[in-house]
Design a binder for this molecule. Structure first.
Ligand code: 5AD
Ligand code: SF4
Length: 473
């Protein structure tokens, strides 16, 4: 597939958006005595969470403050996910509940963004059945937020924009309001060209385009200089990073480049596609001391027949060979995966092959999903005779098998001393929740002032979902 020319450009050089932004700031200052408040909530994957942080960054530039209380908000923005139907239902439910709020607060602006809004039928439904939604903006329209908001706020018109194939510009220096000071998502590429037969993402996020390595490195350097301790490099398929760049640089090169940035921080990345995950990348991972010993390698199914129907372009032999190499290069590597249960035509036999794979690989954790039919995808047209109740039964079985493996693996940590990053206050008062290099949660007794620090803990106990430990240094 020929790569689109994705241009990299500094966001604030977009003079039209600058002009709209200035007008919005002026209008808000006239209309409100203190800064108006925005409530922003993101559904879905890490990319969507990042997009939400970027919306917050832009809204802050436009003069908004933020609230977690929806009733206090002057602008409500739901950043949506389209990967499964139940996520969409939730959004429609939440938006439906805003109707009354809007009636009592006529100046309230209701905005929807993200993957779900890029689907034509959703955008039509919002247009026709949700007239109180003022602004709808697809994933590739985020850069026009000032302009679209201007239309609502100043012209008093509804603003609806979807165009998944549209603006593929790689905007740099977009303001981002990171949820955490110590951890940050850093996108390295956008879009997806894989067209797995069940997946809506390539239709709503458009074609793959990679940021320039210099731009990624500059962003990481800046984050680290501001105290960030962990960056997660994001892409729908990071292993195809670099295709279409003028200066050759693949994801292995990029990892080495980011690893060479001075500072005490660690690097995670997601998501890897097994078809593009190479020994070269695993070598880079093994060589880079800042890269965490955790590989998220979604397999989706343990049946070659189903993998083929999913258009995944690998078989189990390839997948398991990759894992064997990865584990040989990085002993103790933690491996996680995504699995879909109940893909159209999946039989009990296919499902049992998935269970066998899960038992063989011994994943640290699994993200499991029941297949959800997505309009416009290739799998939509496949016969799907297995009853929903049967799929749910398989799903529970898979959770049980994985639950037992996960608990056994956690037991294996007891007695070890590990370096962790303190991330947030723990569930138990007086504790902080930390994460090991291999992504396991450890709860330790420590004051909240230590959040954002690395320290050593001795693991004392394994619970069902995490570990307990005590600080040793
Ligand atoms: N139904 C169920 N799960 C899906 N995923 C993607 N599309 C679907 C779908 N239509 C899962 C895949 C992917 C993860 C992000 O979501 O497992 O890796
Ligand atoms: Fe969807 Fe496959 Fe692309 Fe992942 S790689 S976003 S599952 S099409």
């Amino acid at each position: 597939m020929t790569k689109p020319k994705a241009l990299s450009q500094s966001y604030w050089e977009l003079s039209a958006q600058q002009t709209y932004a200035a007008e919005i700031r002026k209008t808000l200052a006239e209309r409100y005595v203190s800064p108006p408040l925005a409530y922003v909530h993101s559904f879905g994957c890490q990319q969507s969470v990042y997009d939400g942080e970027r919306f917050k960054g832009l809204l802050a530039e436009l003069g908004y403050g933020f609230t977690d209380e929806i009733r206090r908000a002057d602008l409500i923005l739901y950043n949506t996910c389209a990967v499964r139907e139940n996520a969409e239902q939730r959004v429609f439910g939440n938006v439906g509940a805003l109707k009354g709020l809007k009636k009592n607060k006529p100046g309230l602006i209701i905005a929807l963004a993200g993957c779900m809004t890029e689907q034509q039928q959703v955008s039509e439904k919002l247009k026709m059945s949700y007239p109180y939604v003022d602004l709808v903006m697809g994933t590739n329209a985020f850069a026009r937020l000032p302009e679209l908001l201007y239309r609502v706020l100043i012209d008093g018109k509804r603003s609806i924009r979807r165009d998944p194939a549209g603006d593929l510009t790689l905007y740099e220096e977009v303001p981002v309001l990171h949820e955490s000071r110590h951890k940050a998502f850093v996108p390295v590429m956008y879009g997806c060209d894989n067209f797995c037969s069940y997946c809506i993402v390539p239709y709503v996020r458009g074609r793959e385009r990679s940021r320039l390595p210099d731009d990624v490195a500059r962003e990481v350097e800046k984050l680290v200089s501001h105290g960030c301790r962990e960056v997660t490099l994001l892409g729908q398929n990071v292993n195809s990073y670099g295709k279409g760049l003028q200066e050759p640089c693949d994801f292995a090169d990029l990892l080495r480049r980011i690893n060479a940035i001075p500072g005490d921080f660690r690097i995670r990345f997601m998501t890897s596609h097994p078809k593009d995950c190479t020994p070269r990348l695993l070598d880079a991972m093994a060589d880079c001391e800042k890269v965490c010993r955790h590989l998220h390698l979604p397999v989706q199914s343990g049946s070659d027949r189903i993998l083929q129907a999913m258009n995944r372009h690998y078989d189990l032999r390839h997948y398991e060979q990759l894992l064997a190499y990865a584990r040989q290069r990085m002993p103790g590597l933690s491996v996680t995966s995504d699995i879909i249960v109940g893909f159209p035509g999946e039989t009990r036999e296919d499902f049992e092959q998935t269970l066998e794979l899960v038992r063989r690989v011994r994943y640290s954790a699994l993200f499991t999903f029941i297949y959800s039919k997505r309009s416009g995808t290739a799998a939509e047209k496949l016969p799907d005779p297995t009853p929903a109740a049967e799929k749910s039964k398989w799903f529970r079985e898979l959770l049980e098998v994985q639950g037992a493996i996960g608990s056994e693996l956690l037991q294996g940590y007891v007695g070890q001393t590990l370096r962790v990053l303190a991330e947030e206050e723990g569930r138990t008062p007086g504790t902080v929740s930390c994460r090991t290099d291999d992504n396991t949660i450890v709860e330790v007794a420590a004051p909240p002032e230590r959040i954002g620090e690395f320290f050593k803990v001795r693991i004392t106990e394994a619970m069902n979902w995490a570990l307990r430990g005590e600080v040793t240094g």
